[in-house]
Design a protein around this ligand. Sequence first.
Ligand code: NI
Ligand code: MN
Length: 238
Amino acid sequence: MPNLQGAAITWLGHATVLIQTAKGTTILIDPFIEHNPKFPKGYKLPDKIDLLLLTHGHMDHIADAVPVAKKHGPAVFGMVELIGWLSSKGIPQDKAIGMNIGGSHKHNDVTFTLTGARHSSGISDGDKTVYGGEPAGFVIAIDNGPVLYHAGDTGVFSDMQIIRELHHPTIAMLPIGDHYTMGPKAGALAAMFIGAKTVLPIHWGTFPALTGTPDALEKELSGTNVEVIHTEPGQTLR
Ligand code: NI
Ligand code: MN
């Protein structure tokens, strides 16, 4: 585990991740809480959440975005079309901030950038599917702290090398469950492209279809110097 320089990372099952910086900025990514079978039982989110970051419009990533926004009052960031839809569903307009691929935003000690992803992003709204814009990931650079990368849902793509060139992430949160995203073999290649020395596997084990495991990823990465983190949802890495 690299030195997080006072930051803390808590995987909350599936793609839901809570990050707290040494200065106390709190970031929640892809809130999937009530219907997430791997969300840690009885886990309480901190009262204050500063930033809610959303990678794409699938319900296993945004199901609890509106309730979290109403209860914890964060500024909510993601692709413009997705954020537009969410503000029509109750996220206050002054807190709903659309971005697009390649754009960055600074909030106190955190600079985050919307990055590309190879996936889809249709939003299920009643019996319709609404266009949610392109799916995305986030690079999160903490002042005097680590650079984190949350890939969102994606297959491996060679432009991950551009993310490496530009941002040099130290920890990569990569989906490895297979079926809806890349599995362990492609995840290992993604880790090479991203160049992070540490991978926190996400989007695995939630549902039976997600068969990729951290052990399998570790096997694919044997002979490299990339460390795979084995952790339980709700356990905080410091
Ligand atoms: Ni998805
Ligand atoms: Mn997903």
